[in-house]
Design a protein around this ligand. Sequence first.
Ligand code: ASP
Length: 233
Amino acid sequence: MDAAVMDGKTLSAGAVAGVRKIKNPIEAAVAVMRCCQGVLLAGEGAEQFAAEQGLKIVKQTYFITAGRRRQLQRIRNSHTMQLDHDSGTDHPAEDTELGTVGAVALDQYGNLAAGTSTGGLVNKRFGRIGDSPIIGAGTYADNGSVAVSATGTGESFIRSVCAHEIAARVKYCGFSVGRAATEVTKTVIPALGGRGGVIALDHAGRFAMPYVTRGMYRGLIRSNGQSQVWVFD
Ligand code: ASP
């Protein structure tokens, strides 16, 4: 699993990558951001740090679910990786309900933040790290532009520095969050052979959630508690 969090006010960030036993990797990312001089810890070192911080460590079997096992078995010998929420089956509940989780948030003082947590792609190579814990690729927040969390084929999000690319379009080109997020998600990422979606939010609370997969579970909650959710268009 990989996870990252970023604070748009201070540009401080924390991430863990390739962890197998931390029950809530996003909590370890927050602990790295707050208590460690580094930004990204990987593998056993990250697990040891999480344990030292008093975070819950579980057996790997905790993460095994029947649906995910079926997904893996379906493509195990294909030598390909697959988005866990885009397998093209007719069972969206099985394939979409437990994908990468991302969040972007804005507080009353105009502070932005972003977080992303993932199990990565189905059938990924052992040791493979995706975009989620890479600051600027799958996760980014800067009060001066936007907060972004991405989901999709991580390699293309890393190569395009996706989340920062969206922030840069807002910051340097003056694009709206909608235009910047849509352009990167629907043009830049597919041009690299990738696919996925992002959630992006600016300092005024304007947001965009473009994607090019079959669907993307997404929702928002406003300060008055009003909430909305969507799956498909
Ligand atoms: N972006 C994640 C990765 O490549 C996977 C996902 O979003 O489903 O690891």
